[in-house]
Design a protein around this ligand. Structure first.
Ligand code: 4NP
Length: 148
């Protein structure tokens, strides 16, 4: 799960997917394309909306997306088109490029919709981001675990 700062959207996406997917052989992580918040905890507003929904994301620490993530992960979900461009710029080949997907395309295929960056907005932005990611993660879990 990749966003810009790795403190608002992608930590929520990581926490939500982890809460829905209990397969030991699936590794879920998140990272940011920017380095502004490395080693920081998620934004308090992300922590709060996760907590309201029964998810604890306080153990997460921001890190930067690295080229080696292309080797370690099969699917790289990005939150918006700017994250998409930044990650694609780091891709080494077609195999890397094919791993990168806009997360809301799971809900609205081929529409390339952004999960809006809630950083400079208020709490409502975090609530709606949570809802979008929750819906996307439900679909991702069904794809990975078709029999529940
Ligand atoms: P995120 O939100 O990409 O969802 O973690 C942001 C967090 C911090 C900044 C931008 C977006 N920033 O510019 O510091």
């Amino acid at each position: 799960m990749v966003c810009l700062g790795n403190i608002c959207r992608s930590p929520l996406a990581e926490g939500i997917l982890k809460s829905k997917l209990f397969r030991a052989n699936v590794v879920i992580d998140s990272a940011g394309t920017g380095a502004y918040h490395i080693d920081e905890k998620p934004d308090n507003r992300s922590i709060a909306i996760a907590k309201i929904n029964g998810i604890d994301i306080t153990d997460q620490r921001a890190r930067k997306f690295l080229v080696k993530d292309f080797d370690e992960f099969d699917i790289i979900y990005v939150m918006d088109s700017s994250n998409y461009r930044d990650v694609i710029e780091m891709a080494r080949n077609e195999v890397d490029i094919k791993k990168v997907k806009m997360i809301l395309n799971e809900v609205f295929p081929n529409e390339n919709l952004d999960v809006p960056d809630p950083y400079t907005g208020g709490d409502f932005g975090f609530k709606s981001v949570y809802k979008m990611l929750d819906e996307a993660c439900d679909i991702i879990v069904k794809k990975i675990n078709p029999n529940g």
